[in-house]
Design a protein around this ligand. Structure first.
Ligand code: 48F
Length: 262
């Protein structure tokens, strides 16, 4: 078959913009394709919701690819193992209650579960701001402002575009980028004890893992925090390369939003 390059180009452009146009008015926009964002996308899409992840990097997976210090194995404790089982990710018990999984397989399989369930992933898109509205007298986030990552990296002065969403999941990890922007640009209070970002604390894996789940909740009208961002926002510890809390947080944030959308 002779190849016509313009058909290849047309196929990409047409199909990409069909995917993009179907994402202009989302049920849920997720910022960050780390383990918590990917798990949330899978669980939300599985329920038939219109959900998309926006990821700055070319690669999905966030901090999951590299395991610990690029030794690409992750550890998941007993409580989170059922999520790996459900996703079809093989595990080995290392010591009682501590399971290992291949970090690359875990990342790619979670991404496959999310996309095969209908979630759309926009890699190479950075979320640089949110859309704020006053609804029934209350400020609420109703969308995200996105730009192409290469434009961001090149520092080009090119305006972003906007996506509407009923809920936004802040899953940007340690940097808590979306909430930082929300707080920096607007005179608003978060649902945290001080009304501000409480900030991440040092390593204490046991407490951090439990707190990740507690801290996975709505932090501002229309915005939920998940994964490491939840601990950074509500002032808890980091946990290093144990990933059960990230997966459980992704499941929890999806369940909470599904309840709201009902
Ligand atoms: O950091 P990350 O993996 O988030 P997570 O789901 O998982 C944390 C763990 O990987 C690990 C840990 C626990 O074991 O402490 O660090 O909480 O993934 C966050 C993703 O968000 C992207 C970033 O590139 C990364 O892939 N990201 C960050 N800011 C933006 C963004 C932004 N403004 N727009 C788009 N993507």
């Amino acid at each position: 078959m002779p190849i016509d390059e313009t058909i290849v180009t047309e196929a990409i452009a047409t199909t990409f913009f069909e995917k993009f146009k179907s994402s202009l008015d989302l049920d849920v926009a997720i910022v960050g394709a780390g383990p918590s964002g990917l798990t949330a996308a899978w669980k939300l899409a599985e329920k038939g919701l219109n959900v998309a992840i926006f990821e700055r990097k070319l690669s999905i997976g966030g901090g999951m690819w590299g395991g610990g210090v690029t030794w690409n194995i992750i550890v998941v404790q007993e409580e989170g193992k059922h999520i790996l089982d459900e996703a079809g990710i093989p595990t080995k018990e290392f010591k009682k209650g501590y399971y290992t999984a291949d970090a690359v397989l875990a990342t790619t399989q979670l991404a496959a579960k999310a996309t095969l369930s209908g979630a759309k992933i926009f890699n190479c898109f950075s979320v640089e701001d949110v859309v704020l509205r006053v609804i029934d007298g209350e400020k609420r986030v109703t969308g995200i402002v996105i730009n192409s990552s290469p434009i961001e990296i090149a520092g080009l002065h090119v305006d972003p575009v906007v996506i509407k969403c009923k809920y936004l999941i802040e899953a940007t990890g340690h940097d808590l980028e979306v909430i930082n922007t929300l707080i920096r640009k607007n005179d608003v209070r978060l649902f945290t004890p001080t009304g501000k970002i409480e900030g991440e604390k040092s390593m204490w894996a046991d407490v951090a893992e439990a707190h990740t789940l507690d801290n996975t909740k709505e932090v501002f009208p229309g915005v939920f925090v998940a994964g490491m961002a939840a601990n950074a926002c509500f002032g808890s510890y980091r946990m290093g390369p144990i990933f059960g809390g990230m997966l459980l947080s992704g499941v929890k944030v999806a369940e909470e939003i599904i309840k709201r959308l009902k």
